[in-house]
Design a protein around this ligand. Structure first.
Ligand code: NDP
Length: 298
C-alpha cells in the first residue's frame, strides 16, 4: 500500500506522518519538497506528482489556513483550498485512489445553536470558508472515492497555538479579555491523525462509506472557556500565572474586529463519524490537557 501525504509540515500533517506509517509505504511531501512538486499555488503541477508516485491513498493536509490573510489574497486561497484539491481528486479518480481531505466548520454561517450535520446548509462567512467549501465540492464532483473530514479549532503541541498564547498572556498580565460568543470544540491534531488512519483502514474494506464526516472532540466551549481551562491547568501545575481567575473577562467577538468574520456556532454533530467508524470521541479537555502536559514539560 502506497500513501501520498501532502502538507506534511502542518499541525495535522506532522501527526499524520506517524499515524499513516502504520498503513504502508508513506511518501510525505511539503510545498518546498524538491523531488516532486507539492506546491498548491501551482495546482496543475500536482498531476505529475500523483502519477509518478501512483499511490493507493492520497491524504491532503495542506491548506491556506491564515483566515484573515485569505480575505486579501482570495486567488491564492482558492488555488490552495479549492483548485489544488480538485486536481488531486481528478487524479485520484483516474487511478482509483482514495482521497482523504480536511474541511472546516467555517463552511457554515454559524447561526443558531444546534450542532451542524453533514447535510446542513452551508453558508461561509469568509474567503477561507468559501474556498474550503469549493474544495469539498470539487472533490465530490470528481467521482473519486473520498473521505472529507470537517473539523474545528485544531491545535497541536508543536508550533504556536491559542493555548500557548493564553499561557504567555496569563503570565504577563493582570487582566485578560477573551471572546465568549463563539462556541466549538478544540480538537487535537493527534486525535485527527489517529481518526484518519482508522477511517482509511475501514474505508479500504468498505468503499461504500465514501463521503463527508464531522470529526471533532466531544463537548463544547467558548474561547473564554478554553482560555480559562488552560490558565487553570497552568496554575495547578505551578506555572507562573499573574491573572486571577475572576480577571478573565468574557467579551463578544465585536471587541476584537478582524478582517474575516468567524461563525458563532461551530458545533459539529459527529454522530455519523462515530456510528460509521465505531469510535468514541474524547471530551475536548482530555486532548488539551495532554497537549498542555507536553508543552509545560510536566
Ligand atoms: P496548518 O496551517 O498547520 O498546515 C497547513 C499546511 O499547508 C502547512 O504545512 C502549510 O505550509 C501548507 N501550505 C501552505 N501553503 C501551501 C502551498 N502553496 N502548497 C503546499 N502546502 C502549503 O493547518 P492544520 O494542520 O491546522 O489544518 C489541516 C486541515 O484542517 C486543513 O485542511 C484546514 O483547513 C483544516 N482545518 C483546520 C482548522 C484549524 O483550526 N487549524 C480548523 C478546521 C479545519 P506552511 O506552514 O509552510 O505555510
Amino acid at each position: 500500500m502506497k500513501i501520498l501525504l501532502l502538507g506534511k509540515g502542518g499541525q495535522v500533517g506532522w501527526e499524520l506522518q506517524r499515524s499513516l506509517a502504520t498503513l504502508g509505504e508513506l511518501v510525505a511531501l511539503d510545498f518546498d519538497s524538491t523531488d516532486f512538486s507539492a506546491d498548491f499555488s501551482r495546482p496543475e503541477s500536482l498531476s505529475a506528482t500523483v502519477n509518478a508516485i501512483a499511490p493507493q491513498i492520497i491524504v491532503n493536509a495542506a491548506a491556506h489556513t491564515a483566515v484573515d490573510k485569505a480575505e486579501s489574497e482570495p486567488d491564492l486561497a482558492r488555488s490552495i483550498n479549492a483548485t489544488a484539491p480538485g486536481v488531486l481528486a481528478r487524479e485520484a479518480a483516474a487511478i482509483g485512489a482514495w482521497l482523504l481531505h480536511y474541511s472546516t466548520d467555517y463552511v457554515f454561517d454559524g447561526s443558531g445553536s444546534a450542532p451542524w450535520r453533514e447535510d446542513s446548509p452551508t453558508g461561509p462567512l469568509s474567503v477561507y470558508g468559501q474556498t474550503k467549501l469549493e474544495g469539498e465540492q470539487a472533490i465530490r464532483a470528481s467521482g473519486c472515492r473520498h473521505l472529507i473530514l470537517r473539523t474545528s479549532w485544531v491545535y497541536a503541541a508543536r508550533g504556536g497555538n491559542f493555548a500557548k498564547t493564553m499561557l504567555r498572556l496569563a503570565a504577563e498580565r493582570d487582566r485578560l479579555s477573551v471572546i465568549d460568543d463563539q462556541i466549538g470544540a478544540p480538537t487535537g491534531a493527534e486525535l485527527l491523525a489517529d481518526l484518519s488512519a482508522h477511517a482509511l483502514r475501514t474505508a479500504l474494506q468498505r468503499p461504500e462509506i465514501s463521503g463527508t464526516y464531522h470529526a471533532a472532540a466531544a463537548g463544547e466551549t467558548s474561547w473564554h472557556g478554553y482560555a480559562s481551562h488552560v490558565i487553570d491547568f497552568a496554575r495547578h501545575a505551578g506555572q507562573p500565572v499573574k491573572v486571577a481567575a475572576d480577571a478573565i473577562a468574557a467579551v463578544p467577538s465585536s471587541a476584537f474586529p478582524t478582517p474575516a468574520r468567524r461563525p458563532n456556532n461551530s458545533r459539529l454533530d459527529t454522530s455519523r463519524l462515530r456510528e460509521t467508524f465505531g469510535v468514541t470521541l474524547p471530551d475536548w479537555r482530555i486532548g488539551v490537557d495532554r497537549m498542555l502536559t507536553e508543552v509545560l514539560g510536566q
